[in-house]
Structures are given as C-alpha cells and as structure tokens.
Design a protein around this ligand. Structure first.
Ligand code: C5P
Length: 208
C-alpha cells in the first residue's frame, strides 16, 4: 500500500514546512492544497470576476491547470484572504476534490496538506496529522516569512488576519477546518522545524 500522509491545520501552523520535509524524507510527491484555492482566487481577480460569484468560481476551479500553481503572487498575503473567501463555495470544493484525489491516488504515495485532507479528501490516509500553534506564534512566523519576501506588514495586522481566517475556515459549512478523529495532534508552538519533523517522523514510522 502506498504511503499517504494527510496533514491539516490552520494558517502558519508549520504544516507546510512539515509536509515538505516529510515528502523529501520519504521520497513522496507533495501537494500544498492551499495553492489550489489561492490559484482559483487569483484567476478570478485577474479576470475581473467577483470572488462571490459561485458559478464562475466553480468554472475557474474546474479548469485549473498545474502551471497556474507556480505563480509567485499566490504566496502574497492578500491571496490567502481571497483564497479563504472562495474556499467556502461548495462548487469550488467539489471541483478541487477530484484534482486532489487524483494526486493522492498516485502509485508512489503522497503528502497533502490543507484544511480537510484527513476529513474529506483522504479519509483513508495511512497517517493523519493535525498541526497547530498559538495564534501569536503563527502570526510571528507569517510576519517574518512575508518580511523575508519583502512584503511590509505589521505583526498586529497579521494576527488579525490569522484570527479572521481561523474563524472563517472553522465556521464554514463546506468542509470546515477540523481534526479527523484519528489524527495525531502536533502543537508546534514550542517546537522548531527540526523538532516538529522528529515528532512527525515517529508517528509515520509507527504507522508503516
Ligand atoms: O494554507 P493556505 O493559507 O495557503 O490556504 C489558503 C486558504 O485556502 C485557507 O485559509 C482556506 O480557506 C483554504 N483552504 C481550504 N482547504 C484546503 C486548503 C486551503 O479551504 N485544503
């Protein structure tokens, strides 16, 4: 059975870093599923389509191609917000579900990270991790990441973003952010990337 690792958690919890490291360590393809929602939002903004237009959002999501995931603008702060808005549209989630399932079904196995991987996309994943950290610590990390890319913001603005995004992602009716019952929780507030990786690797090793 191919090794499938599902990683969920809120924004800037460290799940992306962890997913990349596990993928590298086990030689698995990795999909950052947040990029799919960001790409849908970016295509809509570029085409001048209102982010609340459900039918158009669904159409854009159905026509998404892998090349569109490479645009550096996808990592900008505003795109996280825009992605969070379109991610509540059921037509978008339905279109992206098959995209993600195809990726997860590869013979080599896979690592996927997002908000609903263990609950909706890959409920049968061999390993499920739910990665969290305090909102303050997540804001601090996101702030230094954006600063590293030259995006000027204040810590207070990022913290406000994070709280708003947590609230929206957890309270939406379509696939809300929550841990699968069989997910192992990893709180990275007090852990650096190496420590979080060591904890996650132990979980994977026990499941192999
Ligand atoms: O993880 P990232 O910050 O790139 O995600 C952007 C937004 O996309 C999230 O706030 C969330 O609303 C949405 N998302 C989602 N389901 C996923 C991944 C991301 O709803 N599996």
């Amino acid at each position: 059975m191919p090794l499938l690792i599902a990683i969920d958690g809120p924004a800037a919890s460290g799940k992306g870093t962890l997913a990349r490291r596990l993928a590298l360590h086990y030689g698995l393809p990795h999909l950052d599923t947040g990029l799919l929602y960001r790409a849908v939002a970016l295509q809509m903004l570029d085409a001048g389509i209102d982010l609340g237009d459900r039918a158009e959002a669904g159409r854009v999501a159905s026509n998404l191609v892998a090349d569109q995931l490479a645009d550096p603008r996808l990592r900008e702060r505003a795109m996280g917000e825009a992605a969070s808005r379109v991610s509540g549209i059921p037509e978008v989630r339905a279109a992206l579900l098959s995209w993600q399932r195809r990726f997860a079904a590869g013979e080599a196995g896979a690592v996927l990270d997002g908000r609903d991987i263990g609950t909706v996309i890959c409920p049968d994943a061999r390993v499920k991790l739910f990665v969290t950290a305090s909102p303050e610590e997540r804001a601090r990390r996101r702030h230094s990441e954006l600063a590293g890319r030259g995006e000027e913001t204040t810590l207070a603005a990022i913290l406000a973003d994070i709280r708003a995004r947590d609230e929206r992602d957890s309270s939406r009716s379509a696939a809300p952010l929550r841990a699968a019952e069989d997910a192992v929780r990893i709180d990275t507030t007090e852990l650096d990337a190496d420590e979080a990786f060591a904890v996650a690797r132990d979980v994977v090793e026990r499941a192999r």
